[in-house]
Design a protein around this ligand. Structure first.
Ligand code: UT7
Length: 336
């Protein structure tokens, strides 16, 4: 039997219209454009500021564009998995909402929680469903409405994050392209350094939790930074070495867009020049599970069939890893 590979056959994305600039943030907290640009690398971020809309709205827009661009019949979709830390509700899942909104009649669907590494985990998970031979069209979506958990009076976190979502279609192929390898890790040691204190089963919502700002993202930035640099750099170098990839044969690096200094450290470790690193942190900030697919959405036209791409991310948990993908098509797919 021929080996089944799982190939990415299209991408769709969505960022909300409203743009929150560094100048505006500087009016909310004691900061300035120069600090944010030099310490983080974010110029502006998109914010979903219409009342009553959650992450599923952006995920739906991204998946809809994906289905148009890949000319997908809703009845043919087998599986939808959404990576997010900001679901519309504790339950049901965003993925189940998508099935209804997109008219998917033959799919099963669920959400996955792996923070900023969510999309990395999704690529390998979806690839394994495809490799099993039982699933032919799998939609994976990464997205977060980080503005729903960011404290806009905390200068250490509010400049970093933005809202957005993007989606890949994954399908079987017998060609030598697709998800070639993955090294994924979770250690659980990151809990004290990056978490949301209340609203879960340990500390349900109460007047106390609201009064004490416990529904906002909490991060000890310096510690997370240190772990992100070492783990993303090490795992990217490890997957390159394992697959015989060198600075010359790596075509693109797609790093989680959390901090430009982390991105530069990963590129330095792989010895690849900035031109080979896909970067859009300046315009979107950190959209958590959305960063990796949003990068591909932005730079799709540069990609060619057979390009060697290393995706890498790091997030709460801690979770981290790298996925090696051989790209499956040339240039940008337009809506049909
Ligand atoms: O996506 C999930 C994974 N997350 C990450 O990868 C994030 C990792 N962490 C980071 O990106 C960085 O640690 C931050 C961007 C969060 C912070 O940058 P930093 O260079 O580590 O700054 P710091 O926390 O060490 O703070 C340095 C100084 C402090 O002042 P003092 O104590 O030296 O006087 C802060 O109070 O910068 C101050 N500071 C600010 N100043 C102006 C912190 N935030 C700001 C701000 N504007 N927005």
């Amino acid at each position: 039997m021929e080996k089944i590979n799982a190939v990415i056959t299209g991408v769709g994305g969505y960022v909300p219209d409203y743009v929150l600039t560094n100048d505006e943030i500087s009016k909310m907290v004691d900061t300035n454009d120069e600090w944010i640009m030099t310490r983080i690398g974010v110029k502006e971020r998109h914010i979903l500021n219409e009342e009553g809309l959650g992450t599923s709205y952006m995920a739906r827009k991204a998946a809809k564009q994906l289905m148009q661009r890949t000319n997908t019949n809703p009845e043919d979709v087998d599986l939808v998995i959404v990576a997010t830390s900001t679901p519309d509700y504790q339950f049901p899942s965003i993925a189940s909402i998508l099935c209804d909104k997109l008219g998917l009649k033959n799919a099963f669907a669920y959400d996955m929680s792996a923070a900023c590494s969510g999309f990395l985990y999704l690529m390998e998970t979806a690839a394994n469903f495809i490799r099993s031979g039982r699933y032919k069209k799998v939609i994976i979506v990464g997205g977060d409405k980080m503005s729903s958990i960011v404290n806009y009076s905390d200068r250490a976190t509010c400049p970093i994050f933005g809202d957005g979502a993007a989606a890949f279609m994954m399908e079987p192929t017998t060609e030598d392209v697709g998800v070639m390898d993955a090294i994924l890790r979770t250690d659980g040691k990151g809990l004290p350094f990056l978490h949301l204190k209340a609203g879960g089963s340990v500390c349900p919502a109460s007047y106390f939790t609201v009064d004490n700002h416990m529904h906002y993202l909490y991060q000890e930035g310096r510690t997370v930074f240190k772990y992100a640099v070492s783990n993303m750099s090490d795992v990217s170098a490890a997957i390159a070495e394992k697959n015989g990839l060198t600075k010359d044969t790596i075509d693109w690096v797609v790093p989680h867009q959390a901090n430009l200094r982390i991105i530069d450290a990963v590129a330095h470790r792989l010895e690849v020049p900035r031109e080979k690193v896909l970067i859009n942190i300046e315009r979107y900030g950190n959209t958590s599970a959305g960063t990796l697919p949003l990068c591909i959405w932005d730079f799709e036209e540069k990609l060619k069939k057979g390009d060697n791409i290393i995706f890498t991310a790091f997030g709460a948990g801690f979770t981290w890893g790298a996925v090696y993908v051989k790209w499956g098509y040339d240039g940008k797919k337009q809506s049909i």
